[in-house]
Ligand binder design. Structure first.
Ligand code: DQQ
Length: 517
């Protein structure tokens, strides 16, 4: 049990769970692994009513190495039951890791398509499941695609999006073409095992934009996810607002650096995707990485993402755990042809201790009596006049001299009369933590505030933060050291609070969970 095989496995396995559970930064109503490392959501879906969440998992310690597929199931997307590890490396094409992939329904047979890693290579592999999806058998002739397309100089090649189209299967594999940009290679198959290369669905342009910028496409696209986003505008005004809009989601990667999730809106038709507009998926950048989505049985587009850590590798290893799964969020298309998000309403079942405030004009600082803690769900409805700024301070601890020793601040500014031009959402973490080793980079992005109206949703779960400003998400992490949970509102310029609703949130796990259920 305590056998250590990797240089970073400095915490004995039988101590990981206890350490993880004792960590004040560990979320209590987001899904986290029992201990050790978690990264991408995989194989997300609903099967005979039950939701399945597989995830990249290293139970050896809180570092990325020899990845297995952890597995959890849920009846409500809120409470999760750990299931046995679904996939683990074995001699052959996945000897060094079972990397990201998807779950599909092959005429009643649950089937996983994933990236097997051997040495430095990742290749597509297949496994089939028992009817309850708990036992998985790898296809005996993996990999199902022997290598990347011949004659193309690629930066990397992995991760899958697989769907049924007419009588055939189609598959995208994320990649990048050196000197050009990220891409998704399109394949076709009749049986999920024998694949014909069709061509690149669409090739991005890594020379476009600032490589340091928040919309840079990267040199490789990880975790490509193509879906029908809805009916709306493709952004050129000529479509009358009722065009079919498809979304191609990817995580921009460059030379080992996980940058940020982006998506193209456009039109998938035939063998290609005609892109129209590139958008940021989440203003938290790498804090909502490698998202994967599915249409549930009621037709909702449900997305999960991986909340990376903002503390040092050594701090993660010491903590015994790393990585948080986002709350499942529903993606819809707004009238401007962009995706907007909201946590699934099922999450509201965890709420208790309701406090309501408003209406009132805000000026100066207002500490919210009766609303504090580090497991909160806050809903605010506000009117901002042009030039005004609204701030919400969370996870705060007063310094004793009237100031705050620690506080994480969510800020929304209304910059123009119509509320659209220049208006923004910003997360200020400069005073989040007295621990100087944690990430405090500012995160921000544009938010339209039609007529100055802002609906703000803020979910606080210890170090995990999910903010939605008029549906635009900003996901991040914060690591306050003083344990404070005060909530403060403040305004510069005219800001009116129509209503604030606040709840505390229950835990979703009863206590320590075994690393190998
Ligand atoms: N993580 C996986 C890869 C994917 C990356 C490996 C994204 O398959 O490209 O754990 O975070």
């Amino acid at each position: 049990m305590t056998e250590l095989t990797h240089p970073l496995a400095t915490v004995p396995r039988d101590e990981l769970v206890a350490r993880a559970e004792a960590d004040p930064h560990r979320p209590r109503f987001h899904f986290v692994s029992p201990g050790g490392w978690l990264n991408d959501p995989n194989g997300v879906g609903q099967w005979n009513g039950t939701y399945h969440l597989f995830y990249q998992y290293n139970p050896e310690g809180a570092f990325h190495h020899r990845i297995l597929w952890g597995h959890a199931t849920s009846e409500d997307l809120v409470n999760w039951t750990d299931q046995p590890v679904a996939l683990e490396p074995t001699a052959g094409p996945d000897a060094d890791g079972c990397w990201s992939g998807v779950l599909v329904n092959d005429d009643g047979t649950p089937t996983l398509v994933y990236s097997g890693r051997q040495g430095e290579r990742e290749l597509p592999c297949v496994a089939t499941g028992s009817p309850d999806l708990l036992t998985w058998t790898k296809f005996d002739a993996n990999p199902v695609i022997p290598g990347p397309p011949a004659g193309v100089d690629i930066t990397a090649y992995r991760d899958h999006c697989v769907w049924r189209e007419g009588s055939r299967w189609r598959q995208l594999v994320g990649s990048g073409i050196r000197g050009r940009g990220g891409t998704a290679f399109l394949y076709e198959s009749e049986d999920l095992r024998s694949w014909t290369y069709v061509g690149p669905l669409f090739i991005g342009d890594a020379s476009a934009g600032d490589p340091a910028g928040t919309s840079w496409e990267g040199t490789m696209w990880e975790c490509v996810d193509l879906f029908r986003a809805g009916t709306g505008t493709l952004g050129d005004g000529a479509d009358g607002g009722d065009a079919q809009v498809d979304a191609l989601v990817f995580s921009a990667w460059d030379d080992g650096a996980t940058r940020h999730p982006l998506y193209w809106t456009g039109r998938y038709s035939g063998d290609s995707f005609t892109p129209r507009q590139l958008h940021r998926l989440d203003y938290g950048g790498r804090y909502f990485y490698a998202p994967q989505s599915f249409a549930d049985e009621s037709g909702r587009r449900v997305m999960f993402g991986w909340l990376q850590e903002g503390r040092t590798d050594a701090a993660m290893v010491e903590a015994g755990w790393s990585g948080v799964m986002s709350l499942p969020r529903i993606a819809t298309l707004d009238p401007a042809g962009e995706l907007v998000f909201a946590p699934v309403p099922e999450i509201e079942s965890l709420r208790y201790g309701h406090v309501r405030l408003g209406p009132e004009a805000l000026s100066g600082f207002k500490v919210l009596d009766g609303v504090d803690g580090n497991q909160l769900d806050l809903e605010l409805d506000l009117d901002l006049e042009p030039g005004s700024v609204f701030r919400l301070g969370i996870l705060g601890t007063p310094s004793g001299t009237g100031d705050m020793a620690e506080e994480t601040v969510i800020e929304v500014g209304c910059q123009a009369a119509n509320g659209t031009e220049g208006s923004y959402l910003r997360l200020d973490r400069t005073r989040s933590s007295l621990d100087t080793s944690v990430d405090v980079e500012e995160l921000s992005g544009p938010v339209a505030l039609p007529d100055g109206r802002l609906r703000l949703r803020v979910i606080v779960d210890h170090s995990a933060l999910e903010v939605f400003a008029n549906g635009k998400p900003l996901t991040a992490r914060a690591y306050p050291t003083l344990g404070g949970g005060s909530v403060r509102l403040s305004a510069v310029g005219p800001v009116r609070l129509r209503q604030l609703d606040a709840w505390r949130m229950e835990d979703v796990f009863d206590g320590p969970r075994p690393l190998f259920p």
